[in-house]
Design a protein around this ligand. Sequence first.
Ligand code: PDD
Length: 287
Amino acid sequence: MSDPIVYLNGEFMPLADAKVPVLDRGFIFGDGIYEVIPAYGKRLFRLDEHLDRLNNSLDATRIPNPYPESEWKKILSQIVMKNDAEDQSIYLQVTRGVAKRDHAFPEKITPTVFMMSNPLVVTSQEMFDKGIAVITLDDIRWQYCNIKAITLLPNILLRQTAIDEGAQEAILVRGGEVTEGSASNIFIVIDGVIKTPPKSSRLLPGVTRDLIVELAKNNGIQCIEANFSRTELEAADEIWMSSSMKEVMPIVKLNDEIVGDGKPGTITRQMYQIFQDYKAELKRDLD
Ligand code: PDD
């Protein structure tokens, strides 16, 4: 495979040529924000929603938005077209920029903008049927989890703890209530009703999460946005996680317990299918 084409500060180039000064505040402080946007059949999925969240992250961190919306859209579609895969995952990062190390915001600084594309391996039927195992862990993160900050050390440590214990994801619990996964949002089903925690500063407002809530409502499946405890999680009939990378991924094992009968549940299957149909419909509409 040829070297992927990336974008750095106004230019497209092969990945190997993309270089950032070591004094970039992203490198020194983790002072930056990011987005991960899927593209199916070379079409960016839920782009407006991702750009809205990008805007919110920039506002919250007081990093000036380097481009108007039209420019973001232009660069993003160019990077998709310059890379080969039909389905791609676009990683976009904005840091405050390069300056002498000092915690306070430097004056007259230009944000660093980087984007790269990776082939997107969507959740196949086989991966879906298998599901994943998760463990619960204390949510050790900060108070602004709604910001998609590149400062991901807590998330990395939490994910690695899950991996070390033979699971694939960690479900985080703060003050007795489930917040989200280390890189995903969490849904449970009890007596046929879907529940996911409401949006707050304790979790990232997942674009996939919002779409699932919308699709459930449009398809007459009861879905409520409400907090739930670890005990409720343990008693759930079905659990799944969502993200732009994994879409709808069933959770079949929680800590040492099998969830339901150890296979993706009825509503999880239904939501996965509705999600796939939505993608297919979007593709047809745009063709
Ligand atoms: N992560 N919560 C957290 C903490 C996340 O990092 C993510 C996504 C999500 C799901 O958001 P969305 O549906 O918009 O992808 C929830 C990305 C994929 C990542 O860090 O790679």
